[in-house]
Design a protein around this ligand. Sequence first.
Ligand SMILES: Cc1cc2nc3c(=O)[nH]c(=O)nc-3n(C[C@H](O)[C@H](O)[C@H](O)COP(=O)(O)OP(=O)(O)OC[C@H]3O[C@@H](n4cnc5c(N)ncnc54)[C@H](O)[C@@H]3O)c2cc1C
Length: 351
Amino acid sequence: MQVEYQAPLQRLNTFGIAARARCLVRVRSEDDVRALLRQPGWDWQHTFILGGGSNIVLAGDVQRTVLKVEIPGRRLLREDERGWLVEAGAGERWHDFVVWTLQQGWPGLENLALIPGTVGAAPVQNIGAYGVELQDRFHSLDAIDLETGETFTLHHEHCAFGYRDSVFKHDRPGARGMGLRGRALITRVRFWLPRRWRPELSYQDLQRKVAETGIQQPSPWQVLEWVCAIRRAKLPDPAVLGNAGSFFKNPTVTAEQCADIIGRDPRVVHYPMPDGSVKLAAGWLIDACGWRGKTVGRAGVYEKQALVLVNRGGPQDPCSGGEVMTLARLIQTSVYERFGIRLEPEPVCVG
Ligand SMILES: Cc1cc2nc3c(=O)[nH]c(=O)nc-3n(C[C@H](O)[C@H](O)[C@H](O)COP(=O)(O)OP(=O)(O)OC[C@H]3O[C@@H](n4cnc5c(N)ncnc54)[C@H](O)[C@@H]3O)c2cc1C
């Protein structure tokens, strides 16, 4: 375990916001976590669990103890005629883990390639991209209760996965179960990768690749390559232009609400869902309100994709979390005024 005081966080969040942690602890094993819990005055409510910092906005210096999860390890736990059960430590980089599974000949995670961040954070918001969500391949995870020190295992049915949602995003018992926000430090995650593999190509961008290349039955590597190419063309690289990926969730509305919005603008991009609801493209709504390419202070809206807010100040004069949240609120207000839709931010604002 490594402890730093007044630790700079600028390189530990993909927005590149300059802030400091009063105390930053790098945890590399379950024992590190347990040792922390034995410290006099330990209070889990004054901690923040940090992975790769790719889904957070730092509102200022962090007075809570930041636990930077760096638990390593990847291994095959079981193999049978149906598939592979694979485990990774929470601190592993997600994309490296995806590539490693493919190198071993275990396909299934390729549509989730190039998502920044760590394996441990992936279940928190049930990461998803190009027709696959973490929950589709998830088996179970281990976590430590930061209040009691107890280690526990959660299976799929305990995690209350939803669209960019899980039990780890809720802090009270309720519709999404136990409410483990900030309290459960995920240490290891396991994935079930079935042998019977079919490429998941339902997304329009992937369909376009099939049409362009004429490859009807791509290999897992081919899908990974396509996904990486599509992502590189669409999303800014945080190493070049700070950002936290999609800033707002795509809102879900009823069919009646959707009809009302179509009445206001027939071009609205919408996707009917199996349960009868309709998902709206948040990026389109923001774009329609004229935000694409706009800048407020040192925070801006990415010119190629209005769903992504970016740090226009760069590493020398970075935007503050306050500027990002001000811009986010302005966008929320104009989308609400024009379409009656409340956009919900995806990243966690850390105060
Ligand atoms: C360019 C870009 C593209 C992106 N594309 C996508 C995408 O396609 N799909 C998608 O779903 N997301 C996407 N994201 C968002 C982000 O990459 C994911 O949410 C990712 O899982 C966050 O991982 P992280 O390790 O950086 O988590 P952090 O940002 O460090 O933390 C996020 C949350 O998880 C909690 N957390 C982190 N680690 C643990 C742990 N071990 N135990 C318990 N809680 C923990 C934190 O407390 C925080 O609440 C993108 C982000 C960027 C910058």
